[in-house]
Structure formats: C-alpha cells, structure tokens
Design a protein around this ligand. Structure first.
Ligand code: 4AZ
Length: 535
C-alpha cells in the first residue's frame, strides 16, 4: 500500500471510527441530545403497569432478535416484593422516539427471564430477557461474544434512553443519546465496591461530568460503531448519582453474557470482529498540553495518541524515529467536519497552524511505529519567557540542548557568535529581536561537517538574540566575541556530553524558562534538506 493510500485510509478511519451522527442535534439521558429519527430501530422503551390499569415508561431495552428484548434485571423485579414482574405487567414500545406519539405501537410480553444470579445488593448479573408475544419487524442490534468483545477502554460509546435528564430530574419524552468514554476498570473501582472487571464496564466523563445515563435509562443499550453497524457493548445498570464529575456509570458487560443469552435466543446478528482496527480509543483523562509545552512520546503503527490543548497557535510534531502524522480536530467526535488540520509530511516535521480559539484535539497517528516530540505554542514562536541569559563578551558558556528544542540567549556586545558542538549537532541563529521570523533573522549557521557554527553580525539595536537549536541532543560551547577570532573546535572543554549544569541548558531535564519553539528555524533547517545525522 502506498503511503498516500495509507494516510488517506487513516484519515478516513479516524473520521469514521466514532459515532457518525453528530449532525442535526439540539443540545439538551443527562447532557445528551435529541434523537429525532429511527436511526436506532432496536431501541425499546419498557412500560410498567402502575396502580390501576395505566402503564408508565420506566426502563429501556434493546431488540436482539425478532422476538426478544434485552434489558436490566432490576427493571423486572418489583422493588417492594422482590418478585419478578409477570409478563402482563410489561409492555414494549418499539419504533418510536417519542413516548407520547399518537402512532405508538406496543407489543405484549409473553415471558420474562431474569438472570438467575442477579444480585440486587451487588447489582451483579443485572440483565433480563423479555420474549415478545409476537415477532416484530424492526432490525435487531448486533451483539458481541467473548471471541470479539466490545468495547475497548477509552473508546467512545453511545448510550440512549428516555431517562432523567438530570439527577433527581424528570424523564424525557423524546429519546436522548450521549457519547461517553469507556472508563477502565481501575479508574472506576474507587467508586464501586462490587465492580467486576469481567461482568461490568464503566463509562462516563471522568474530568468534567455533565453527561451520563440516569434513572429511567436502565436496561437500555450502550453501543459502539463497528463499520456500518452498531454493536451493543453494555446495558445501563446503575451508578452513584448522575453526571457527577469524576464518577462513571456502571453497565453490564454484554460480551460476557453472550452464552447465557444464546441459551434462550437464537441471536441473528453477532459481531465478527471486522472494522475493529478503526476504533480510536481515547483514555480519559486526556493528557492536556498547556501552551508552550512539549511532550515526548511514542505511537505504534496504525495507532493514534490523542492530546487536548487549548488556545494554541501552532502545533509542531517532530518525528524522531519512524513516521507519524498529525491530525487536529476541534471536537472529540472525530469526523470530516471536526478536522481542522492534517499534516502528513514524510519529513521529520509536521505542523499545523491554528487560530488560537477553543479546545483542539491533537491526534498523532503512527504511519509506522514512531517516537515523536509534540510541541504546542502560542504567539507564533515569540519568546514566551523573558528570563533570557545574557552572554558576556569573551566568556564562553557550556551547555546542553535537547533535540528539537532551542535555547535563547541575549548578547549586548560583540559581533561574532561561535557555537562549537562538543557532542551531537547544535545549530546557531541570531535574531535582531525576541520575535523570531524571517524579518528578524540576521544569521543562520547549520554546519554539518564541522563542529563549528559561526555567525557574524552587527548589533544595530541594544541587543541581539542568539538561538542554539538542538538538531540532535548536543553539548556545546557558545561564545560572543568582538573581532574575528581564530577558533579551533574545542573538543575538550570539560563539559561532558552528559553533564547537565542546570544553568539554563536544556539537557534532558527542566526546560523551564528559555526554551521556546522555533518552528521557523526548524523549517529553515529542514527546507535546506539537512540530513539527519546518525548518532
Ligand atoms: C438508575 O437509577 C441509574 N449514572 C441508572 C444509571 C445511572 C445511575 C442510576 C448512571 O437507574
């Protein structure tokens, strides 16, 4: 497969790996949106008989064959008597998103099967099957078994229901849906004693809260897209309140119950594992990159790492091994609509310029297994921290600089800057102002063959800015002189390659202060086709 094909595929995969239905929503489950059409034809509402003859909506369910509904056990147990409800006390509404619609058609239930190991104290095995009195025409949802289980931790799943739209609030007349991250067992365990990693799964917004299933959604499906179908991953079971920040909801992990379900139902649609590779799994909390910061990480081939950043002007991805590509979305529902920039360069540098508005989701996609340095900046490469060391005439400094980073110095005298790379390869640039662009660039030196970079300049203003850029991790000596000196490469200055004297160098440790992102310089370097030196 050509690189281009792969990249396009990757982009398309990313675009369609998550729910495909972000259009036509009115914002209002908790924090969900209206479902106004029959896109979820298997979605069922269970109505229960009240005191008299009237029936009231109370739980959700899903159609899994032409004759069977899957729901939660606790929906089918009378909370006062602890007895299982009889089929006559339950009606199933299918084919309507509007509980109050005049055209509602209810189907009778002929049999209720509650999981024999349902435990109302621990909420374990909280599932039940309802056999319909007659077969129905709606398409059933696909189920997964333990061979091809869904979901993956961190992937977005959708939950739909007519439950309360706030904790302690009211049911919704119109079907609601919300996308929630699947939360790992360990992240969920602190909230729930009896959680089983095999039989439960958790979903919710760990950081923000605000979106969740709630009372009345129980029994309804949590589902994930696989190719052009949805696969049911869970059943709404319970949780501590609704949409509280940091507290996920609990679901029955359906793939563990396929055999039990199959002992009653001949399940017509079983997920075969296809399109699994398209899943974009995003563990929450997402790693957030603050302005003018960078992260060094790795990504596997065909895998994607996601970061969140806000109010960023520029995102720079430098691939130090392999080949990674950059995609930026303005919403976590990745789609063509939310893609604001992609950079699929085959060189080490991918870059996106943004407009400094709102949150952006940065996806680093591994075309090959790759190591990368991802930097986000505001201010288009301006100095962001003015604590800049001033170089004294004829007083060399010995420092380290990390690959892909830059260190800025100020010089108020002299007219020649010399940079000697003792180990690795550092490059030198001089700017007239602390605003790094082609107008302010006075000199750029990027010697490959010799360890010596030299810039001669005239100080026009009160100072110049001398920038040392780490083409690789490097140790260097930087000196400012005022006349043409004879400088031999200084291979033995006493500053070992690993010495990190901490005085402002970028030697693998703190980058505080004077490290900035000089993408302009980077670009210049790479435009000149400098080959990557081997270590
Ligand atoms: C309930 O009582 C319930 N926030 C359902 C879901 C959740 C909490 C409670 C999850 O049916």
């Amino acid at each position: 497969m050509t690189r281009l094909t792969r990249c396009i595929l990757l982009a398309v995969c990313m675009a369609f790996a998550l729910p495909l239905h972000s259009a036509d929503r009115t914002t209002q489950i908790v924090g969900g949106t209206d479902v106004t059409d029959l896109r979820y034809p298997w979605m069922a509402s269970l109505f229960f008989q009240g005191e008299g003859t009237a029936f009231f909506p109370g739980c959700g369910g899903s159609l899994i064959s032409d004759r069977w509904i899957l729901s939660a056990a606790h929906c089918l147990i009378d909370s006062q008597t602890g007895q299982q409800l009889s089929p006559e006390n339950v009606l199933v509404l299918l084919g309507s998103v509007d509980l109050a619609s005049d055209s509602r058609v209810f189907t009778d239930v002929s049999r209720v099967v509650v999981h024999p190991n349902y435990n109302s104290n621990t909420l374990q095995n909280d599932l039940a099957l309802l056999e319909l009195a007659e077969s129905v025409d709606f398409s059933p949802i696909t189920l997964s078994n333990s061979t091809n289980p869904v979901p993956e931790n961190g992937e977005r799943a959708t939950v739909a229901g007519w439950g309360n739209t706030a904790e302690g609030g009211n049911l919704s007349i119109l079907l609601q849906e919300v996308d929630l991250p699947i939360v790992s067992h360990n992240a969920c365990l602190p909230f729930y004693n009896n959680l089983s990693p095999v039989n439960n799964l958790c979903a919710g917004r760990l950081l923000s809260g605000g979106q969740d299933s709630c009372q009345g959604d129980s029994g309804g499906p949590l589902f994930v897209p696989r190719g052009n179908q949805f696969v049911q991953a869970g059943i709404v079971s319970g949780g501590l309140g609704c949409a509280r920040a940091g507290i996920p909801g609990i679901y029955v992990r359906l793939s563990s119950y396929f055999d039990w379900i199959s002992s009653f139902v001949s399940v017509p649609q079983v997920y075969d594992g296809s399109n699994d590779a398209e899943v974009v799994a995003i563990e929450e909390p997402l790693q957030t990159l603050s302005a003018n910061s960078r992260v060094t990480a790795s990504v596997a081939q065909a895998d994607t790492v996601i970061y969140l950043t806000s109010n960023t002007d520029r995102v720079l991805l430098e691939t130090t091994r392999g080949d990674a590509d950059l995609f930026i979305f303005n919403s976590i529902t990745f789609s063509d609509q939310s893609l604001v920039c992609s950079s699929l360069s085959t060189t080490a540098i991918d870059e996106c310029l943004l407009n400094n508005t709102g949150p952006h989701y940065i996806a680093v996609a591994g075309f090959e297994e790759s190591d990368f340095v991802l930097s986000v900046s505001v201010g288009n490469g301006n100095v962001v921290d003015v604590e800049i060391e001033t170089l004294q005439l004829d007083t060399p400094v010995n420092r380290n600089v990390r690959e892909g980073t830059a260190t800025v110095y100020k010089a108020t005298s002299g007219n020649i800057a010399t940079l000697t790379s003792i180990s690795g390869d550092a490059d030198l640039a001089v700017f007239s102002r602390a605003n790094f662009n082609s107008d302010t660039l006075i000199c750029l030196s990027e010697e490959l063959d010799s360890a010596l970079d030299r810039c001669t300049y005239n100080i026009n203003g009160p100072e110049v800015y001398v920038v040392v850029y780490g083409f690789t991790n490097a140790s260097y000596t930087l000196a400012i002189r005022s006349a043409e000196p004879v400088v031999a490469p200084q291979s033995d200055t006493g500053t070992g390659a690993n010495s990190d004297n901490g005085a402002g160098g970028g030697g693998g440790g703190s980058l505080s202060g004077i490290i900035i992102i000089l993408s302009l310089l980077l670009h210049s370097l790479y435009r000149r086709n400098k080959s990557v030196p081997t270590a």
